[in-house]
Design a protein around this ligand. Structure first.
Ligand SMILES: [Zn+2]
Length: 278
């Protein structure tokens, strides 16, 4: 997932997981304006965001006070789009200031809707949830002939618990052209490293789990780096491993990592003949 989409989801997951966050969080147009242009539509189609009633207040930018002001509908001709305005608290000689109705649009996201979406992605039904939907348990996930308990926690951040391992929800997701999907490879890594635990509540050990969490995240990240290197190798078949790593370092996946580190955690892809699909 590229950094911009990642940041959008990160914001959403953090907002909904804050200790004081209500079961429903309201997201304003100003925040959505910072996201990649396709993000809103994808999140609405996924059922994660729903249109909410427009804001009744706006932060005044007619003065330095940035005070919160009530908005009102401005009279317009029938053919004109609706406009909203506000008056400034400090400068009665200025204004009324005008904004488009779009600037007041808001969307809501509930932990319930997010939990349902995760269930749909994984093909799992929700088994139980606490009243606030802070911890949602799903039917066990089946891999081959093994079963793992699976739940999602919204506490400070959104975390997925699979068997005995914990992983940030963000690390299990991909943003594809078709929308948000599960990173099957990342899921497999988590499943492989998670022991089957029959009663996940009792055997849950936070201190151990946090360590696992970091190790897992690193492993998942290295896999996506490898995929990026594989992709680059196809694009530039003549480059050496170091040159590919340097390219990967400037990609969104490798952001913040040095080329030598990337070279260390990835392997040079084997030359593969391009398959032709009918
Ligand atoms: Zn003002």
């Amino acid at each position: 997932m590229d950094q911009d989409h990642r940041r959008a989801l990160e914001t959403l997951f953090a907002r909904t997981s804050e200790p004081g966050a209500q079961a429903r969080t309201v997201i304003g147009a100003d925040e959505i304006a910072r996201w990649p242009s396709d993000a809103l539509q994808v999140l609405v189609e996924a059922g994660i965001l729903k249109a909410w009633r427009p804001a009744a207040t706006i932060i005044c930018h007619g003065c330095e006070e940035r005070c919160l002001r009530q908005v009102f509908i401005l009279p317009t001709e029938a053919a004109e789009p609706e406009r909203t305005g506000w008056t400034c608290d400090l400068f009665s000689d200025k204004g009324p200031f005008v904004c488009t109705t779009d600037a007041l649009q808001r969307w809501s996201m509930s932990r319930n809707a997010l939990a349902k979406f995760i269930g749909r992605l994984l093909g799992l039904e929700i088994k139980s949830s606490d009243r606030e939907a802070r911890r949602v348990r799903y039917d066990p996930i089946r891999i081959g002939c093994e079963l793992r308990s699976l739940s999602v926690e919204f506490a400070d951040s959104a975390v997925v618990l699979i068997g005995s391992s914990r992983i940030p929800l963000l690390d299990l997701l991909e943003w594809t052209e078709a929308g948000i999907a599960v990173d099957r490879e990342a899921l497999q890594v988590c499943i492989n490293s998670s022991g089957a635990n029959k009663s996940s509540n009792k055997s849950y050990q936070p201190s151990v789990a946090v360590r696992d969490d970091k190790k897992l995240s690193t492993e998942v990240r290295n896999r996506s780096l490898q995929r990026e290197v594989d992709r680059l190798a196809k694009e530039h078949p003549r480059l050496s491993k170091e040159q590919l790593a340097a390219k990967a370092a400037s990609s969104t996946v490798g952001k913040g990592m040095t080329a030598s580190r990337i070279a260390r955690v990835t392997r040079k892809p084997k030359k593969t003949r391009r398959k032709n699909f009918a």
